[in-house]
Write a protein that binds this ligand. Structure first.
Ligand code: EPU
Length: 302
């Protein structure tokens, strides 16, 4: 999809939008898969309602991209433009035990920045790739913690209301890899309240989590983290492993040899390959265990 109409281009320029024509989503996603479209980078949160109105006026469908680390995007020319927040400077402002963080901030860098200021709690999230906004939207978690536990306030673009709103933590429900945000809501900024802890102690926790992750997950390979959610009381990775499916592949899409719930792009995998592999593995698990695995990865297929 191209944002090419002269009036649209003038409108985008007036809203301070940086347009990157013909961007390949394979370069913006950790799986390294995805077709081409125009990327619209947002520099001012306040202009988002006007931007949405402008796009809708010109019949341009859009999708909102965070860090691209939990996403499988379709192949070829994509039928929507992509909106993404530009990173502000600074990304994080601390005030006592509160961290005010822009949604575009890198999650890992946020954890270490807070740690250096003796604010802990998020050690488990250290190796989780992506942005703070992406982590917030899906309530990312690992090693017994989830980001939702620390959220006190969220600034977001409410798609249903077509305006920017501030929600208190207790107005949002955070469940396992799920939140009460609407599907088209855009996370803009968050205030976290973090417990005070000496840096040395936080660092020790970070090292332990890093070590566990390194020993069980394929960190150097292109993936979207876990493909499926864990069903209640069970592990999707263990079930897939028990069926002997590590190494199973469709084209260059492959079930990781290291962790069976990670599917990797071992070369030039297409979305079609990856979707076929997901469907094959889901079918085999359902046949063997009677459990229909639900995607954790978000799929944007044309
Ligand atoms: N296991 C196997 N074979 C495998 C993978 C796992 O037998 O190929 C077994 C492990 O030995 C372990 C059990 O399954 O006994 C659970 O495995 P693991 O500790 O790796 O945890 P997981 O349930 O597979 C979850 C999250 C991860 C998170 C880790 C650590 C989900 C879907 N996955 O994985 O999150 O990093 O716990 O807390 O909830 C993600 O969300 O993308 C993700 C990677």
């Amino acid at each position: 999809m191209r944002a090419e109409h002269p009036k649209l281009e003038a409108g985008l320029a007036a809203l301070g939008i940086d347009v990157r024509s013909g961007t390949s989503l394979s370069e913006l996603t950790s799986l390294g898969i995805g077709g081409t479209t125009d990327l619209l980078r947002i520099t001012k949160h306040d202009f988002i309602p006007d931007l949405i109105e402008l796009l809708e006026h010109h019949n341009i469908p859009y999708k909102f991209l965070g860090g691209g680390s939990n996403l499988l995007v379709g192949d070829g020319e994509l039928p929507w433009v992509i909106l993404q927040l530009a990173k502000p400077d600074p990304e994080i402002v601390l005030e006592g035990n509160f961290a005010h963080v822009d949604a575009a901030a890198d999650l890992g860098r946020t954890v270490t920045f807070c740690a250096k200021h003796d604010l802990g709690g998020m050690e488990g999230l250290i190796g989780v790739p992506g942005t703070v906004g992406g982590a917030l939207r899906m309530n990312a978690g690992a090693y017994g913690m989830q980001i939702g536990s620390y959220v006190r306030e969220v600034k977001l673009y409410r798609a249903a209301e077509r305006k920017i709103e501030i929600l208190k933590g207790n107005q949002i429900s955070f469940e396992y890899r799920h939140t009460s945000f609407g599907p088209d809501d855009m996370m803009l900024a968050v205030t976290l309240e973090l417990p005070s802890k000496p840096f040395k102690e936080i660092l020790q926790g970070i090292r332990i989590c890093n070590e566990k992750r390194r020993s069980s997950q394929p960190l150097g390979q292109k993936s979207a983290g876990c493909i499926f959610k864990n069903p209640p009381g069970a592990s999707a990775g263990r079930m897939i492993d028990e069926l002997g499916l590590k190494g199973l592949s469709v084209g260059d899409a492959k079930v990781s040899d290291r962790h069976a719930n990670f599917f990797v792009n071992a070369g030039q995998a297409s979305a079609k390959d990856m979707l076929a592999l997901i469907s094959d593995v889901r079918g085999r698990v359902e046949n063997a265990f009677g459990v229909k695995l639900e995607n954790e990865v978000v799929v944007w297929n044309a």
